[in-house]
Design a protein around this ligand. Structure first.
Ligand SMILES: Nc1nc2c(c(=O)[nH]1)N[C@H]1C(S)=C(S)[C@@H](COP(=O)(O)OP(=O)(O)OC[C@H]3O[C@@H](n4cnc5c(N)ncnc54)[C@H](O)[C@@H]3O)O[C@H]1N2
Ligand code: MOO
Length: 396
């Protein structure tokens, strides 16, 4: 049995990244950059007005009420511009080039127009006011995004603005899931005594989809050693990461561990000092990672978020693979036996965190309304209301 920290360290130490590929930016959303992106142009490319108003020489305004002669117009997209010289103003619009000579833009609301003159009702006007400098956002040749950055919607907007339409990102893993358990019914089958509906595969598929992993296949094996070996062997041939659900505890019909051994996989750890998810197994065969997740649905999902997702993110090139961790006050006191670290299904509500009813590992209803996991290390058996606890934020 290893500790939570030891398990996490061993996973990270045994996880590499997949090869990089170049692809259109529009297809790279949710991937991680494998190299820095250098901006080919400055942004903005030219001095831009940030307001609708008048481009002026700020030093022309000696008092509120100063009159300036209107000397033309600059609208967005215009290339041929009038020049602003002493005593003149140019009508200008948001995003339009600031004409040569102008040192500030006065917003329309602080002016009045009469005949061909504009009166400025603002004093003093600071140099550079309402003018976006060329390269203010990013200079040409500067690093726009570093290797390891997520291609997020914000990143897409940023890169498109500099006409970067292709990026080099790490490949995403192919994930194969083996579902074991003779008690499991598929969708639509009639409920008969002793059986339950199989739900872990759909749950894990949903979690993977949220992580941007769509290359996912599911196999099923009955509670039988040969069937488990055969199914795992096929999955190992075709995938980078194998997940198994169930069959990893010490029961007579738990065959996943034995099957992995028979296939020559190297066990990196088996059992973590945690609740839920104690029987988690992590193994490797060549560069392929194998996670045998405990069958209890909440154990499976906790292990997914705390261990599998970080491994997947590292494979995809993320430099921050673990769930974001914050410390928040716990709303209500919580007692626990304190023999294993505990992960609690939780909800961040405002600036505090609530430990939800239904912490047992077969209860998934509480996970259905969770947005976080509370992590309580061993060593204490009571957390008081208002005490700060470590909270891992779920990635949505
Ligand atoms: N003698 C011991 N028994 C158990 C121990 C132990 O240390 N000693 N550990 C317990 C803990 S903790 C866990 S967690 C479970 C893990 O068992 P398995 O990984 O072998 O899982 P199963 O026995 O196959 O199933 C557990 C539970 O989950 C349900 N299940 C399984 N697969 C699915 C699925 N795909 N969809 C929905 N529900 C599923 C299954 O019906 C069981 O109720 O072992 C304890 N026992
Ligand atoms: O480790 Mo198990 O998930 O506590 O029931």
């Amino acid at each position: 049995m290893v500790t939570v920290n030891e398990a996490k360290q061993r996973i990270i130490a045994n996880t590499g990244t997949l090869p990089a590929v170049q692809m259109p930016l529009s297809e790279a959303i949710g991937s991680y950059l494998s190299e820095d992106v250098i901006s080919p142009i400055a942004l903005p490319p030219f001095r831009q007005s940030s307001m609708d108003g008048y481009a002026i020489l700020h030093s022309d305004v000696s008092e509120s009420g100063t009159m300036l002669r209107l000397a033309g117009e600059s609208k967005a997209g215009q290339a041929d511009l009038p020049v602003v010289s002493a005593g003149t103003a140019v009508r200008i619009f948001t995003g339009a080039p600031v004409p040569e000579g102008a040192t500030a833009v006065v917003m329309q609301e602080n002016t009045s127009l009469s005949d061909r003159s504009v009166q400025i009702h603002e004093f003093p006007v600071a140099e550079g006011k309402n003018v976006r400098r060329a390269g203010q956002q990013i200079a040409q040749g500067a690093v726009a995004l570093r290797a390891g950055a997520l291609v997020s919607p914000g990143a897409v907007g940023f890169l498109k603005g500099m006409n970067v339409n292709e990026v080099t990102v790490y490949s995403k893993p192919k994930v194969g899931l083996l579902v074991t358990g003779d008690e499991l019914l598929k969708a639509g089958e009639a409920l008969v005594p002793g059986k339950i509906y199989e739900s872990n595969s759909a749950m894990l598929q949903a979690a993977l989809a949220q992580a941007g992993i769509g290359d996912f296949s599911i196999s099923y094996a009955s509670d039988d050693l040969d069937a488990t070996i055969a199914a795992l062997e096929v999955l190992l041939e075709e995938h980078d990461v194998i997940l198994a659900s169930g069959g990893i505890s010490v029961g007579d019909y738990d065959f996943v561990g034995k099957a992995l051994e028979a296939l020559g996989a190297e066990t990196i750890f088996y059992k973590v000092r945690q609740k839920p998810g104690k029987p988690l197994l992590f193994a490797k065969k060549e560069e392929k990672l194998i996670f045998a997740l405990p069958g209890n649905p909440a154990s499976s999902l906790v292990c997914y978020y705390e261990y599998v997702l970080p491994a997947l993110k590292k494979i995809m090139g993320s430099r921050e693979p673990f769930l974001r961790s914050v410390r928040l006050p716990l709303r209500d006191a919580y007692r626990f036996d304190g023999e294993r670290d505990e992960f609690l299904k939780a909800r961040v509500e405002g600036s505090e965190v609530v430990s939800l009813d239904g912490q047992e590992s077969f209860v998934i209803g509480s996970f259905a309304v969770s947005n976080a996991i509370i992590y309580l290390p061993v060593g204490q058996n009571r957390v008081e209301a208002g005490e700060l606890v470590e909270v891992h934020l779920l990635p949505f």
